[in-house]
Write a protein that binds this ligand. Structure first.
Ligand SMILES: C[S@@+](CC[C@H](N)C(=O)[O-])C[C@H]1O[C@@H](n2cnc3c(N)ncnc32)[C@H](O)[C@@H]1O
Length: 320
């Protein structure tokens, strides 16, 4: 693993389910815990919103939260209930302030992604795939950047996202699952693929299948960039309720932020389920075991405590 910046969020060692549950119910304690785990200074606004919204929910959902901390139900089960709760409360956040809370890590991720793109050699036309791109604003920014730095004269932009295909700008050619599976690999396969903040939102039934189909539809020499948040725990982490607690808080953050920033995806009636399960280190082995070619891999880890960001870069190599 090539780590640029590393770090771990602070955890509460040897703390049991009951204490963690009590912590989630108390606004003052929760706010203090959040500020020690990456939600301070720039992120004061989101921390205070979380400290207001989460404790009343946890107080009313004691069984749900403790069952989750004990490992009896999944993060996704809790997420669905929290999401319904917030919708019922009709929460509203100041989107501009929220963006300010998130710009530092989004900018740092952006720098790494653009550095990888900058490393490509020139080609006349470049095919780029945004996997789970929502409305594709970031992919359009990357396409414009690629033209500006002259790595290509023409960028053909493709997008695959089961929930937001209706909302994509005309510059992006929308692909369905069938399109992905039936791509003519010699003609239209991809030189560059980005999946930013997608995999922890994809249901495990098609989490690996979809990304692997897309990945194997890339050309030799393609760059595949996956961006994921969380500290990528390993399945062997010792204090289980502890890491479940961290994932719970990260999940609550994710839901609150996505309600504010990604309305079209969250409330798409055709695809109403907001799925949530953070990746573990082992999950990447699943992807890698299915890549149909040799590849190089590099991981850039950016430490923002609970909100740590990982940029996983695969370079597909020639079969021969
Ligand atoms: C948090 S948004 C990220 C959007 C965008 N990539 C970005 O960086 O702003 C997660 C996206 O993943 C998409 N998604 C969910 N399940 C998916 C799947 N099986 N395949 C591809 N995308 C999926 C959602 O529709 C949503 O647009």
């Amino acid at each position: 693993m090539n780590t640029v910046i590393t770090g771990e969020s602070r955890i509460l060692d040897n703390v049991g389910t009951e204490q963690l549950y009590q912590l989630s119910c108390d606004a003052t304690d929760l706010s203090a815990w959040l500020s020690q785990n990456g939600f301070s200074a720039k992120r004061d606004y989101i921390r205070e919103e979380m400290a207001q919204l989460i404790p009343p929910f946890c107080q009313h959902q004691a069984t749900l939260i403790t069952r989750y901390l004990d490992g009896l139900i999944s993060l996704n089960d809790v997420s669905q209930t929290f999401l319904s709760y917030l919708i019922e409360k009709n929460i509203s956040l100041d989107v501009e302030i929220l963006y300010q809370c998130l710009t530092d890590y989004a900018d740092d991720v952006d720098r790494v992604v653009k550095n990888i793109i900058q490393g490509r050699s020139y080609q006349q036309a470049l095919n780029m795939l945004g996997f789970g791109l929502c409305e594709g604003h970031y992919e359009i920014e990357l396409a414009n950047f690629s033209l500006d730095i002259n790595i290509a004269d023409e960028i053909l932009l493709y997008g695959y996202d089961p929930s937001t295909s209706y909302a994509m700008p005309s510059r992006i050619q929308c692909l369905t699952k069938n399109d992905l599976k039936n791509l003519d690999h010699s003609e239209s396969s991809f030189d560059l693929m980005l999946a930013r903040w997608v995999l922890h939102h994809t249901d495990p039934t098609d989490r690996w299948e979809d990304i692997i189909v897309a990945l194997n539809a890339c050309k030799n020499g393609a760059d595949i960039i996956i961006v994921e948040e969380s500290w990528l725990p390993s399945i062997n982490e010792s204090n289980v309720s502890n890491y479940r607690f961290k994932e719970l808080l990260l999940g609550f953050f994710d839901i609150i932020v996505n309600i504010a920033l990604h309305m079209s995806w969250m409330f798409n009636k055709e695809c109403p389920n907001f799925y949530l399960q953070y990746l573990r280190q082992e999950d990447f082995e699943q992807i890698e075991s299915k890549i149909n070619r040799p590849f190089q891999k590099k991981i850039y880890s950016l430490d923002y405590s609970l909100l740590s960001q990982h940029i996983i870069h695969y370079k597909l190599l020639d079969m021969s």
